[in-house]
Design a protein around this ligand. Structure first.
Ligand SMILES: [Zn+2]
Ligand SMILES: [Zn+2]
Ligand SMILES: [Zn+2]
Length: 253
């Protein structure tokens, strides 16, 4: 179900939907002031990218990436914040061409591919829409839009997060009132995937009378609810590098 999520602006902390944020970032006074304040002689180019879950656009990221970063650097960032579970393969699709981390696996997939060692400035242009896939089995697909480009003082970080959707909230499917902390992927088709802390405990305790575990419950494996389009897939347990909740430089009072 499409859900319009909101996020906070890195520079001023104001809250907007994704579309509103894109318009806001182009005009944010605090951003302008922060960029003008930067000093340093070396100038660099930056792409503004919008990343979305292909099938769930409630998950989005707006980032700025140095144009000398490689696709491999971008891949690493996506893995760190959104998708890495057990070192699966990944690929970008740009203008009908595949760019893969390990291009020697070409023949396996029966399609020619390039490596990810290309610099962004050699493969991207404003207005492009590119694809990204992580894990060719239980695939997480993203759509990346090249929103804008600017030149400015070189920054230390290759990737800067400008905004990100606030974490989605899910209600426990058992009690119907507590906030869900866990997801049971096996229950996906039964429609009761979410569990709060308490209901999960009841789920995995032995039956009070017989002392037996209810087989069905015991076999369920569960994963944490997290702010990612890969939530509940394979063994994805959330990011180890980034908090679920984006922390802007300035907090609105
Ligand atoms: Zn702002
Ligand atoms: Zn995995
Ligand atoms: Zn509950």
């Amino acid at each position: 179900m499409a859900q319009q999520t909101r996020g906070l602006c890195k520079y001023c902390g104001k809250e907007y939907t994704r579309g509103g944020m894109l318009r806001h970032l182009a005009a944010c006074k605090e951003r302008k002031a922060a960029l003008e304040k930067e000093d340093g002689k070396r100038k660099c180019g930056y792409f503004e990218l919008v990343l979305c879950g292909k099938y769930d656009s409630a998950y989005w990221l707006i980032i700025e990436v140095s144009d000398t970063a490689t696709l491999s650097d971008l891949d690493q960032f996506i893995r760190d914040i959104w998708v890495e579970c057990c070192g699966h393969l990944s690929a970008f699709e740009i203008n009908g061409e595949e760019y893969e981390a390990m291009s020697d696996v070409d023949c396996l997939w029966g399609r020619p591919s390039k490596s990810m060692e290309y610099k962004l400035k050699d493969v991207l242009a404003v207005g492009m829409r590119i694809g990204y896939e992580y894990d060719f089995g239980s695939t997480t697909e993203l759509v990346i839009k090249v929103q804008d480009y600017r030149t400015g003082v070189c920054q230390q970080d290759e990737v800067t997060i400008l905004s990100r959707n606030n974490p989605l909230e899910f209600v426990c499917s058992v009690c119907g009132k507590n906030k869900a902390k866990w997801i049971l992927p096996e229950r996906y088709y039964e429609g009761d995937v979410f569990r709060c802390e308490e209901c999960l405990k009841t789920d995995s305790e032995p039956d009070a009378e017989s002392g037996d575990f209810e087989d069905e419950d015991f076999e369920n494996y569960y994963l944490p609810v997290c702010n990612s389009p890969r939530m509940g897939v394979c063994g994805y347990e959330g990011s180890e590098c980034f908090p679920d909740c984006f922390e802007p430089d300035k907090v609105q009072k």
